[in-house]
Design a protein around this ligand. Structure first.
Ligand SMILES: [Zn+2]
Length: 105
């Protein structure tokens, strides 16, 4: 009877170990395809959609050119505010991952 008990316990342990490793395997399997996409998602280029000054939706007819980049605004008032501190607003957009359009040649 003792041997049967030991064998039973061992069988359970083997089963648990098998489940444990198969779980880990499938976990890694599902992770693997995600990982190559991670850097891509992080470097995805965001076009400017919001006014850097007031955060409103941009009007494509209201813009200013700064260091070869075209920056769009929600209204003409924001261009004046932008011109007060162009470097600050440009940096803020960069930090948000916004990629500014090049000034058309
Ligand atoms: Zn505005």
């Amino acid at each position: 009877m003792k041997i049967l008990k030991i064998m039973f316990v061992m069988l359970i342990m083997v089963t648990l170990v098998t489940i444990f490793f198969s779980c880990r395997k499938s976990e890694n399997g599902s992770k693997a395809p995600k990982e190559p996409n991670m850097p891509e998602a992080a470097t995805i280029e965001k076009v400017q959609t919001l006014c850097p000054v007031e955060g409103g939706k941009i009007d494509k007819s209201v813009y200013a050119d700064y260091q070869g980049k075209r920056i769009y605004f929600c209204c003409a008032d924001c261009i004046a505010k932008f011109n007060d501190d162009q470097a600050k607003f440009t940096k803020q957009m960069e930090e948000k991952g916004v990629v500014l359009a090049n000034t058309p040649q």
